[in-house]
Write a protein that binds this ligand. Structure first.
Ligand code: TYD
Length: 213
């Protein structure tokens, strides 16, 4: 399992789609999934989480909903896909809970870890790529996107600045599991860096697919 995570508007959407295509082009079976969501039951929970006003729930309620969605996602999508021999690429995973609810939401990492242990156990992704970009630039991109999935974007710049720092702090805790990718570059350059890290780590020869945007 390979996760791409980072602040809102860091370009995870296009990079995860390109990465999936690179695996498919190389004849490697792979699926692309996302959090919150990634299976029918978890997509229902996603709608609750990403719409409405920021104060609708406090950080602990968000965390519990994220972990309810994550449990469904693991059970219904991730574990069966891995069992069947697929690569699983996920647009966000547990480090979003650590960064958004744990650090930026002030619950503390220990609160997240204790729930994580009960819900997930010792299952871990092989590699987590953190797309790093200044939060002001990232938020401007999300505003251009429109739509009503903006509950987290409405939490404001200082919350998102904390989220960015949080991801960097988490990445610094384990240099084998986490790799930080500078996302303040052209889309092709970011794809190039991602593919380079994955080829090195898993001895693959994936090529970037720039047709996908
Ligand atoms: P996402 O769809 O990735 O948003 P975007 O496309 O804008 O990056 O995720 C929706 C929001 O949910 C996003 O603002 C981050 C937040 N989130 C958490 O706060 N905790 C979590 O555990 C996850 C998975 C997401």
């Amino acid at each position: 399992m390979i996760v791409i995570d980072g602040v809102d508007g860091s370009g995870k959407g296009v990079q995860t789609r390109r990465l999936l295509q690179s695996f498919v082009d190389a004849g490697e079976p792979a699926i692309l999934t996302r959090e919150p969501g990634g299976c029918a039951a978890a997509e229902d929970i996603r709608t609750l989480l990403v719409t409405g006003e920021p104060e609708k729930w406090d950080s602990m309620t968000e965390l519990l909903l994220m972990y309810a969605a994550r449990r469904s996602h693991l059970h219904d999508t991730i574990w069966p896909a891995l069992e069947a021999g697929n690569w699983v690429i996920s647009d966000r995973y547990a480090d979003s809970s650590r960064a958004f609810q744990g650090i930026a939401g002030n619950l503390g990492l220990e609160a997240v870890e204790s729930i994580h242990r009960v819900v997930v156990g010792d299952f871990e992704p092989e590699l987590v790529l953190i797309l790093d970009i200044p939060e002001s630039l990232a938020l401007a991109r999300t505003r251009d996107r429109g739509g009503n999935e903006d509950r987290f974007e409405k939490k404001g710049t200082s919350y998102h600045a904390k989220v960015r720092d949080a991801f960097l702090q988490i990445a610094a805790s384990d240099s084998q599991k986490y790799k930080v990718v500078d996302a303040d570059q052209s889309m092709d350059q970011v794809s190039e860096n991602i593919i380079g890290i994955i080829n090195d780590r898993f001895s693959l020869n994936l090529k970037i697919n720039s047709d996908i945007s």
